[in-house]
Design a protein. Structure first.
Length: 143
């Protein structure tokens, strides 16, 4: 994915949601997420340009897993299964969650112009309905 040339100037919230949709996170209005269980995800970039993807429970700072980017679906599935909050995700679209985590890692690898990206709430919908990015923040430029 080579996206650097697509973004010039400042991005608003709607631009970030469209941007998120480009790498596989379904986007819509927050009310569509309802009471779906949610996960936090982030890109953490070091000054040398290396990036890690962090996935975890929203209310449990100890329930976080970080892996250096990029990585594939096997590692993404292992991250999801390794979360302590896994029980709240029963009956939810874990395949979509793993796909989103893997895509985020490749995005972090291919988009060095993104200093940080925080998905403060990724609602994991019922099986077959995907995952919904509800609250997203991004900062572009050097780490």
């Amino acid at each position: 994915m080579k996206l650097a040339s697509s973004f010039v100037g400042e991005l608003g919230d709607s631009d970030v949601k469209q941007f998120m949709g480009m790498f596989g996170i379904a986007t819509a209005q927050p009310e569509q997420a309802g009471d779906a269980p949610s996960i936090r995800m982030a890109i953490h970039r070091l000054p040398n340009g290396a990036a890690a993807v962090i996935v975890g429970a929203i209310d449990d700072p100890a329930d976080k897993i970080a892996v250096w980017a990029p990585f594939g679906m096997d590692r993404a599935r292992a991250m999801v299964v390794g979360l302590r909050c896994r029980a709240i995700l029963e009956g939810r679209d874990l395949a979509a969650l793993a796909h989103t985590v893997s895509n985020l890692s490749w995005f972090a690898h291919e988009a060095p112009f993104v200093a940080t990206l925080d998905v403060d709430r990724l609602a994991v919908m019922e099986v077959g309905q995907g995952a919904l990015a509800v609250a997203v923040r991004a900062r572009f430029g050097p780490p």
